[in-house]
Design a protein around this ligand. Sequence first.
Ligand SMILES: Cc1ncc(COP(=O)(O)O)c(C=O)c1O
Length: 341
Amino acid sequence: VGRAHGGRPPPGTIDLSAPQNPLGPPHWALAAAERGARAAVRYPDYEYRDYRRAVHTLTGASPESIVPLNGSAEAVPLLLAALRPRRLVALEPTFGDHALQARALGVEYVPVVWRPGTPPPVDEYCRAASAPGTLGLASNPDNPHGGMLSPETVREMASCTSGVLHVDEAFIRLSDRPGWSLQRDPPPGVVVSGSLTKDLALPGARIGYLIVGDPGLARLLDDARQPWNVNTMAVEVAVEAAGDPGRFHRFLEEARSHARTLRERLLGVLRRAGLEAYESHAPYVLARGPGGLHRCLAEAGFYTRDASTFTGLGEGWVRFSLPPPRLAVELERVLGECVGV
Ligand SMILES: Cc1ncc(COP(=O)(O)O)c(C=O)c1O
């Protein structure tokens, strides 16, 4: 098994492989990132007081419950290292290197497949996750298929997990159910990760956090992270965002509305081309076509995410991030050629 992610488009192709905020980064966040780059001549504050206060302002979570992360992708390796669970039970397909990381640390990896377009397999998850020493994992919205778990479902999953359930909410503020976020006050047994990286379309800045309601666990995880895991750029962007929370939330509202329109258009394009495309709550769409679809699209200039590498999917599965309207006609033409309809 190797790492497999999007975001490495061949030169000259249009990148639809790494989903993010379709509005791109706001000018105020870019300006803050530049200030933060200049502040890199100093170490960041290893206690991250300003950063925690900023995340508190943006999410409502208490500052003591916030563990700073070098992008929300740091959550799983930190949890594995600090909790040393016996097994990782993951609702798949899902984002990340969790299977690799579990293997590297000698933790058993147990996938439970949530088929696109179906309700989450809670009973099956619970059968696996009730075994002692379990760390549970689910992304909400799911990446790649964009399905969502209601707060009640998360509570049900947490109550049958013998250990901690990690809910990855990297895309929840860009989904059409931001109200399902549990970041303000995670229920017992649940830790929630969030990503200002995704919110603000700054993947290189790595701006993440984990919210942990249990004070003992929050301290343990904070002790297990390296002292300067969040860089000065990320801190400056978070502090800038929290300096005007109204502006931050209006920006996200506009992003969600734009994403909804683009997603509906993309679903139409994919279905007219003959693909099986799944309803999604997120700023990306998973679709299934003939084997070789990803390669054919790349050769025609559209670099998508080959979703065959996700657990539970296979050849012909492709994830699309949202193309701007000016590309929709060309994408439909190219899809028609690749699918052969
Ligand atoms: C579900 C999910 N979680 C986390 C991440 C990583 O986010 P970050 O940039 O905050 O590490 C991604 C990136 O695509 C993702 O899809």
